[in-house]
Design a protein around this ligand. Sequence first.
Ligand SMILES: Nc1ncnc2c1ncn2[C@@H]1O[C@H](COP(=O)(O)OP(=O)(O)OP(=O)(O)O)[C@@H](O)[C@H]1O
Ligand SMILES: [Mg+2]
Length: 654
Amino acid sequence: MVFWSRPCHLVPGLFHVFSPLNKRYPLPDIIQLLPDNIANQIAAGEVIQRPASAVKELLENAVDAGATEIRLIVQEAGKSLVQVIDNGKGMSETDARMSFERHATSKIRNIEDLFRIRTMGFRGEALASIAAVAQVELKTKKAEEETGTYIEIENSSVKKQEPVAAANGTSIAMKNLFFNVPARRNFLKSNAAEMRHIVDEFIRVALSFPGVFFSFTGNGQEIFHLEKGSLKQRIVQILGNHYNARLVTVQEKTDYLNIYGFVGKPDAAKKTRGDQYFLVNNRFIKSPYLNHAVMSAYQDMIASDSFPLYVLFIDLDPAQLDINVHPTKQEIKFEDEKIVYAFVQAAVKHALAQFSVTPTLEFDLDAGIQQLDAINKPFTEEKQAAATDSSLFRNFTQKHQAHFLQPTNKSDLGHWKDFVEGEKKEYGIQHSETGKFESLIDKLKKEESSDGLASPLTAHYSPIDENTELTQLHNTYIISGTPRGFILIQQQLAHERILYERFSMAAAGKPIATQRSMFPATLELSAQDTVLLGDLVNDLNLLGYLIEPFGANTFVIQGTPADITAGNEKTIIESLLEQYKHFSSDLKFSRREKLIRTMAWQQSIKPGTALTLQEMQALTSDLFSCAQPNITAAGNPTYIEFKKDYLSQLFKRQ
Ligand SMILES: Nc1ncnc2c1ncn2[C@@H]1O[C@H](COP(=O)(O)OP(=O)(O)OP(=O)(O)O)[C@@H](O)[C@H]1O
Ligand SMILES: [Mg+2]
């Protein structure tokens, strides 16, 4: 207070700032470049958080160097020593020195390489980071050279460098981690806790490369000795013998990706999460989303509070991935994660079904995948052979994907505005969304002029009358004659439209009646899902779900929509959350709109479901009672009309 009451000119700082004289007495510049070692220490915080991070980086470097034998030695849970010795390709004298520079890497040359990457490393940061926060001794020799190189480095500066006699390969010892950053050293946990982290990282790398020999010695005792072998042997070596007879092979090859590995039989599920590994192009990643795909494949086969084992390798073109989204590379971004989700789920379901783990599995995810031979036919040896040289999913294009897999077509909007306005007037269309809707209209408009197929948008309401015969084709389409030709209805898309309008009306003020559950189901969710569900509870209530918070991360489902048979509401809500999360985030819909669309998709009858005549009648009559029967909210046609004129044109007859 005293300070501010003084006249300005008595306060030198203020005087400078406010006086025009400050031109003559310029303020000193205050920004300086940090010395390299400090900059490195700060940057190292991203990469090396604890001894286990160094273990991961050094093991990965050894793998990248093509080693077939890798030994890890730690003392005091890595706090005093982490050493990795490999028989890989070693480094030349100059490379050995260069390897500790920040951004020095032999693995990529330009940004495009990042999307072709097959190595674990690419940033050229790991060794620089380690050298900034520990004392490092490197010994390395290339097979084609006579002598090797020894380098000692500390606090980012080289202390010693000399030629040395050494075995082919590389040994890097990291001593006294954080010796120069005491605050961070104090943050390290107990030896037991740090050791657990190290074991986790070791296992992740060792599982990813069963063809490499690994050994791990802690405080002088060999904890793991893993001879090279098959993946199955490696899993049993690491995760325990009890899995031996309880592993089910997963193997699907497609043009887009390959999935292989093992899942545990349901009876091997444990009460603790843990033995669950996704290895994308051999890189261990964490993915709650893909985990959900596996868990949903096990649906109803294991208790909801238990966790199946899985070790699943997903190999795909690196161009379909962004691995550079997280400093430890344990999170990645798939170009199209919905496709990966669908494949993982289908592959695991398929595997479980093949091994008669369950006799009646429903493949209700999507039509494209269900109809693939890989999924709906038994997996014979002959098929397996065929799969090796020709792709099962050769014709697998996004067009054949189920509705929810289709990417948004945001381009090509043309003169949609005028057209929509016209349509709205003519048919009284009530539609709040734009974007996809209009692009479709535009597309259909073009299509009609070019190929003579009537677009749904130009059809009249209820083109079929009550007595029309209805036939179901491939358990997916309903075909019906009309006075003007015939129409082909896609059952899921039609149902989606019906539900969408029902839910929209409910949300707009005509809530769906709720029936109270006699035995309310309890939902335990992650913290993230708790927040999400908390946000959706009110909207869900309008749609008939009565959900109440019940302590930390727990909800009770007190009631469900009156017209839905109660029983699996828990699964419905869980998968609803999952679907909701992954609803195209690029579309700027309201939370409620997203919820409605997700639910409409989720609850719609899926392709592959046989319908009775009555059900078909109900579906068509409901569809044509919709305000906008011809397309789904996402813009896909629900039916296509083939006019007589067009048919005669095709057959070149009047
Ligand atoms: N064990 C090893 N054997 C042979 N060369 C190695 C070994 N470890 C590191 N190198 C060389 O040193 C370089 C730097 O290693 P560093 O781990 O710092 O970066 P990177 O592996 O290229 O990328 P990232 O920071 O993503 O790990 C590597 O690109 C590689 O050429
Ligand atoms: Mg590396």
